[in-house]
Design a protein around this ligand. Structure first.
Ligand code: NDP
Ligand code: 2IT
Length: 444
C-alpha cells in the first residue's frame, strides 16, 4: 500500500465516527499523492504524514452555565490545537448544536493549510461548543461565554493560540470572551481576533471573509478570460461570510439573486437588498421569512434549493456538505462557470469531482475563504504594535493576499502537472511550507 493510503486507513481506524474529519484528510492526502511519492522515503522515516494528521493537543471540557429560569445547563467545550509548525494556533470557535470532536478536527485540519496559504505566520487550530446561541437572551449567551473562557483561558494566549469567530460566534460572543480572559488572566493582549473596534479589533475584519472570497473569485475569473461584472451569482447562507460576499459582489458589478439560512432560501431576481438582509440577520437576529415579507421582488422557499437557480457563479457560504452531487449536476446543466467556497468544505467530494470534470472553475474554501483568518493575522500584528490601520490599508493588504493565494495555487497546480486543479494546487502549496517547517524543527 502506498504511504498516502496507509495513513488514510490509519486515520479512519484511529478516529472512528468522525466522517467530516475523514473527508477533509482524504481530500488533502489525495492531492498530495504526487508530492509525497517524490519524497516517500524521507517522509516515511520522519512519520511526517502521521504527525500531520494527529493534533498536537485536544482539549475537551465541561461548560456549565445558568439559564434565565435558574436551571443549570451543561455543554461540551472543544479546542483542537492541531499544528504550530509555522506559528501560534489560529482558528475560529464554532457555536452550533451539531458541533462534535470530528467536526472541530476537520475544521482544525483545514485551517493548517489555509493559514499556510495566507503567507502569514499562523498555525492551525479550531474550537467551539454544541451550545446553540439561537433563541438565547444576551445574558444567557454571556453566561455561556464566560464559563467557556474560564476553562479555555488556561490554554490560549497572544503568542500561543488565538481563537476568533465562526458559525454562531460573532462580535457579541468575542466581546464576552475577551472580557472574561482579561479578568482571569489579567492580560490585555490580542488573545482573540474579531474584537470590537473600541477594544483592539481591526477595521475590515467583519467584512474580510466575504470580501476576500470575491477578490479571489474576481482574479480566478479574470485569469480564465471572464469578467465578474454583469455575472449572476447564487450565494447560500445569510451570516457573516454570505452578507459581505453579497455586498462585495454587488460592488464589483455582479447581481446576487439568492441567500439562505437553515430553514429556507430567498430568490430575489432584482438582486439581494444587503441593507435589509443585514438588519434582519445582524440586528434583529430573525429568519429570512422577514426578508420576503418586506421585499416585493423576493420569493421565500422552505428547505434547501439555492443551487437549482440558474447562475454563472456559485458561492456556498453556509456550512459543510451543503452542495451535493445533484446540486453540482444542476449547476452544470444551468451553465454555471465557477464555484468558489466561502464556507469550509461545503462541497462533497463527489460533487467537487463532478464540477471539476465538467470544466467548472472550482476554488476550495481553504484558499477562497482565507481572507478572514488573514485579516485576523493582520489584527494580531496591529495589536502587537499597539496601532490601528485604516480600513483602506487593511482592505488593500487583504486584496493582495487573496490575489497572491490564487496565483500560488495556480502555479502549484501547473508545476505538479494538474493545471486548473485548484484543489490540488491549494493543498500542495499549503502543505509544502508546513512540511518544510516540521522537518526543520525535528521530531516534535
Ligand atoms: P454565521 O453563523 O454568521 O452564519 C452561518 C449561516 O449558515 C447562517 O445563515 C446559518 O443559518 C447557515 N447555517 C449554519 N449551519 C447550517 C446548517 N447546518 N444547515 C443550513 N444552514 C446552516 O457563520 P459564518 O458566516 O461566519 O460562517 C459560514 C461558513 O463560513 C462556515 O463554514 C464557517 O466555518 C466559514 N468561515 C467563516 C469565517 C469567518 O470569518 N466567519 C472564515 C472562513 C470560513 P441559521 O442562521 O439558520 O443557522
Ligand atoms: O474558518 C476560518 O478561517 C475562520 N472561522 C476564521 C478564523 C480566524 O482565526 O479568523
Amino acid at each position: 500500500m502506498s504511504y498516502v493510503d496507509e495513513v488514510y486507513a490509519l486515520v479512519v481506524e484511529k478516529n472512528p465516527a468522525q466522517p467530516e474529519f475523514h473527508q477533509a484528510v482524504k481530500e488533502v492526502l489525495e492531492s498530495l499523492r504526487v508530492v509525497i511519492e517524490a519524497h516517500e522515503e524521507e517522509y516515511r522515516r520522519d512519520a511526517l504524514l502521521e504527525r500531520l494528521v494527529t493534533p498536537e493537543r485536544q482539549l475537551l471540557f465541561r461548560v456549565p452555565w445558568v439559564d434565565d429560569k435558574g436551571q443549570v445547563q451543561v455543554n461540551n467545550g472543544f479546542r483542537v490545537q492541531f499544528n504550530s509548525a509555522i506559528g501560534p494556533y489560529k482558528g475560529g470557535l464554532r457555536l452550533h448544536p451539531s458541533v462534535n470532536l470530528g467536526i472541530i478536527k476537520f475544521l482544525g485540519f483545514e485551517q493548517i493549510f489555509k493559514n499556510s496559504l495566507t503567507g502569514l505566520p499562523i498555525g492551525g487550530g479550531k474550537g467551539g461548543s454544541d451550545f446553540d446561541p439561537k433563541g438565547k437572551s444576551d445574558r444567557e449567551v454571556m453566561a455561556f461565554c464566560q464559563s467557556f473562557m474560564t476553562e479555555l483561558c488556561k490554554y490560549i494566549g497572544a503568542d500561543t493560540d488565538v481563537p476568533a469567530g465562526d458559525i454562531g460566534t460573532g462580535a457579541r460572543e468575542i466581546g464576552y470572551m475577551f472580557g472574561q480572559y482579561k479578568r482571569i488572566r489579567g492580560l490585555y493582549e490580542g488573545v482573540l481576533t474579531g474584537k470590537g473596534l473600541s477594544y483592539g479589533g481591526s477595521l475590515a475584519r467583519t467584512e474580510a471573509t466575504g470580501y476576500g472570497l470575491l477578490y479571489l473569485t474576481e482574479e480566478m475569473l479574470k485569469c480564465n478570460g471572464h469578467d465578474i461584472k454583469g455575472k449572476t451569482i447564487c450565494v447560500s447562507g445569510a451570516g457573516n461570510v454570505a452578507i459581505y460576499a453579497i455586498q462585495k459582489a454587488q460592488q464589483l458589478g455582479a447581481k446576487v439573486v439568492t441567500c439562505s439560512d437553515s430553514t429556507g432560501w430567498i430568490y430575489d431576481p432584482e438582486g439581494i437588498d444587503v441593507a435589509l438582509l443585514k438588519d434582519i440577520k445582524e440586528v434583529k437576529r430573525a429568519r429570512l421569512t422577514e426578508y420576503a415579507a418586506t421585499r416585493k421582488s423576493a420569493e421565500y422557499h422552505e428547505g434547501r434549493g439555492v443551487w437549482s437557480v440558474k447562475c454563472d457563479v456559485a458561492l456556498p457560504c453556509a456550512t459543510q456538505n451543503e452542495l451535493l452531487i445533484d446540486d453540482a449536476k444542476a449547476l452544470v446543466a444551468n451553465g454555471c462557470i465557477a464555484v468558489a467556497e466561502g464556507a469550509n468544505m461545503p462541497t462533497t467530494l463527489d460533487a467537487t469531482e463532478y464540477l471539476q470534470k465538467n470544466g467548472i472553475l472550482f476554488c476550495p474554501g481553504k484558499a477562497s475563504n482565507a481572507g478572514g483568518v488573514a485579516t485576523s493575522a493582520l489584527e494580531m500584528s496591529q495589536n502587537s504594535e499597539r496601532l490601528s490601520w485604516t480600513f483602506e490599508e487593511v482592505d488593500g493588504k487583504l486584496k493582495n493576499i487573496m490575489v497572491n493565494i490564487f496565483h500560488n495555487l495556480d502555479s502549484a497546480a501547473k508545476k505538479y502537472g494538474m493545471e486548473g486543479n485548484y484543489v490540488a494546487g491549494a493543498n500542495i502549496a499549503g502543505f509544502l511550507k508546513v512540511a518544510d517547517a516540521m522537518l526543520a524543527q525535528g521530531v516534535c
